[in-house]
Design a protein. Structure first.
Length: 255
């Protein structure tokens, strides 16, 4: 019997994309469930999804004090209630056609399947180079600490087995970079077992509608995610950019 699957999508003010995304997914994969993990949007996102009246499409609105992209995604993995999860963005930069091959690899026995970009520079020179440099550094840090890696560690498109990752997430929730963006890195960082990792290559697309939420805090959390040296780099970057590091990480002020 085929395994069940939920597409987990973090959202914040995505009213321009959210209905198109829901309908596109339901048309392409009628057996998949769609779970929008919403970070208290101030637009009509919730109203629009509820208006669809589709039992296979739901929105979970998270508590205001618990906002964070990674927290939204990780919680979505834990509450999806299906055999598999696939995480993607709501801006159509991750091709919907890639979800089928990811699902097939999960059915074949992979624990984790990573969508791997073959055109990273479409994001622009600065962002593309930044992603490439972070990818090399993340791979080095993970190997240094005895962890597994994959080709595109910055990818936000991935699928996994719920029974494998739900216990890992619940056990390490308080240690994860919940306000950050690099979910895949934490899944690998905190994994307590040998994972069977697959990958599916795809062409990254330009954002169709809405605005990107990238900024200096995303860079800071990305640095902070990688152990001691990463935290040092996060502090230096925050100082250069004039960001209050200890407002982001108040627990570290006491140390």
């Amino acid at each position: 019997m085929p395994g069940t699957c939920t597409v987990v999508i973090p959202t914040y003010n995505e009213e321009d994309n959210i209905v198109r995304m829901a309908k596109a997914l339901r048309e392409a994969y009628p057996e998949f469930r769609v779970l929008f993990m919403d970070d208290n949007s101030t637009d009509r996102s919730r109203e629009l999804i509820e208006g669809l009246g589709d039992p296979y499409v739901r929105m979970f609105v998270r508590k205001p004090e618990e906002r964070g992209l990674a927290a939204s995604v990780m919680q979505g993995f834990c509450i999806c209630g299906t055999d598999y999860f696939i995480n993607m963005d709501c801006d159509f930069q991750h091709p919907i056609t890639t979800l089928g091959p990811i699902y097939e690899k999960l059915e074949e026995g992979d624990d984790l399947v990573v969508g791997t970009r073959n055109n990273r520079m479409i994001m622009g020179l600065t962002r593309g180079l930044g992603s490439w440099v972070f990818n090399i550094w993340y791979a080095f840090e993970l190997r240094l600490h005895g962890k597994q890696t994959t080709t595109d560690l910055m990818s936000g498109l991935m699928g996994g087995r719920t029974d494998v990752f739900k216990p890992i997430i619940e056990k390490n929730w308080d240690s994860m970079e919940l306000t950050g963006w690099k979910v895949l890195a934490d899944l690998l960082k905190y994994s307590d077992r040998k994972l069977r990792i697959g990958k599916v290559e795809y062409a990254f697309e330009q954002r169709e509608e809405g605005e990107s939420h990238l900024g200096d805090k995303v860079v800071i959390t990305s640095f902070h995610q990688m152990w001691g040296f990463g935290k040092l780099m996060a502090k230096l970057y925050a100082k250069v950019k004039g960001v209050d590091y200890y407002a982001m990480y108040p627990d570290e002020r006491k140390r």
